[in-house]
Design a protein around this ligand. Sequence first.
Ligand code: FNR
Length: 367
Amino acid sequence: MCCNSKMAATQLVCVDDFEKYACDNLDKHTLEYYRSGANEEQTLADNRSAFKRYRLRPRFLHRDVTNRDMSTTIQGQPIDFPICISPSGLHKLVHPDGELATARAAASMKTCMALSTGSTYSMEDVANAAPHGLRWFQLYISPDREMTKHLVRRAERSGYKGLLLTIDTPLSVRRLSDTKNKFVMPKHIRLGNFMVNEDTKDYDFNASASNLFDAALSWKDVRWLKQFSSLPLIVKGVLTAEDAIEAVNCGVDGVFVSNHGGRRLDCVPASIDVLAEVVRAVAGRCEVYLDSGVRTGTDVLKALALGARAVFIGRPALYGLAYDGEAGVRQVLEILKSELSLAMALSGCACLDDIKRELVVHESHYL
Ligand code: FNR
């Protein structure tokens, strides 16, 4: 962490300003770990440019838009607005309060935070930091199924309201910049969920967490997890109609369209480009969420119009955390919330149900 030239909060008026702040202030290795994508970063770039290829078709004078209601539910749990926080590891790299700060910010804004398996505080500590906040726990099914079961039971016990199973990572991935930088977790940082702890008798990181990904994972394991846990199960990383149907057939409660922010397989499409296909395939049988590249209120509006129940943000929350801990994450969420509210008013929507499919078209429509 290196926040030597803190700009006045009023100078940061959009998510891109927070990214710029991070670029100017974080050390190179941390910045590149957060910011980079896989290989040539084609998908990373496309996540942004694809959003810009959709256009909005506002309707005027149909509704009173004096007040906008953005509240909704995800998996039956209320949130004040449909912008939540994606799971990402190692929050302590940029702020000593790490995931505790992120969780407090999400709770104070009455939205959901998904906690990564690779968090730097344990899931119990994060739950205690914001006991009334809505949290999901992000899970990888490990070859060590006992460890997986143990993580799931701990998430259930500590009040997490959803399991977010990430399916796009059969193997660990190294990004070019991380390889060049020889990026390793700094010594003062530990993975909170794997620390040996007097109370929980938890697994040791070296014994287990280095062995997180199972390249032999199959949809059978998704069915197993659905049976094993009473928590709603949401599958993250779906990029095709075929996999969305597989997921629904396994009885999942949510399908999460994501390309991991361009950090896994390069050259896959932007998530906004596959959203309509997935929504069609799911056909209302469970909720659909999206992340990867969401940076503005109009991005959120486009995703909602294309059928997402809610969107999630990854890096923007990390940039907010780097800027000012809990307050910085809150500021990022507030900006996106007010941008969405304004975009709704300007396009004739007073509540989320008013955001219809016809509100958005691909730019090719106008060519
Ligand atoms: C991630 N992401 C991620 N996803 C996941 O399922 N488990 C994880 O532990 C992590 N870790 C992680 C670390 C960092 C530094 C980043 C940037 C991302 C992916 C994350 O959940 C999300 O899909 C993307 O970040 C969304 O894209 P944007 O919003 O960052 O463009």
